[in-house]
Write a protein that binds this ligand. Structure first.
Ligand SMILES: [Zn+2]
Length: 137
């Protein structure tokens, strides 16, 4: 499964920007509506680096930062951790990937996780309940 996506394969982060990452480019966390918002938390990116390292497979970020408009458009909660740059959704392609990514996420200290058919949401929002895992029905 290695190399099945074009992102998260170990490209160096750009010299500019305040997020330094071994595996992710800052742009991967920009709001998907094209507004340019990118308030992604360096702490979250550091945790994602750990998860990526442990998992040993490419991690595709399907959603990172979200502006209010985009969050509403994709049906996000009004207090979504994506608005604060504290959440990322990872694309998941198989049951094995779902197991691996969730295992590595909890090992890396993620305490909030949402499981969907084709994604895993993870966030580090300390204002929300900790040690929870929910489903997107
Ligand atoms: Zn936006």
């Amino acid at each position: 499964m290695n190399g099945q996506t074009t992102t998260g394969r170990g490209q160096a982060a750009p010299a500019s920007g305040d997020v330094s990452s071994k595996y992710f480019k800052r742009e991967e966390f920009s709001c998907r509506c094209g507004c340019g918002l990118n308030n992604i938390s360096p702490e979250l990116v550091a945790t994602l680096d750990k998860i990526r390292e442990a998992a040993g497979i490419a991690l595709r970020i399907t959603s990172g930062s979200r502006c209010e408009t985009h969050n509403k458009a994709v049906g996000g909660k009004t207090d979504s951790a994506h608005l604060k740059g504290l959440a990322a959704d990872i694309g998941i392609g198989s049951g094995n990937e779902r197991f691996l990514v969730s295992k590595c996420a909890t090992a890396a200290g993620i305490k909030r996780m949402g499981i969907g058919t084709s994604l895993i949401h993870m966030d580090i929002d300390k204002d929300k309940p900790q040690e929870v895992c929910w489903l997107y029905a």
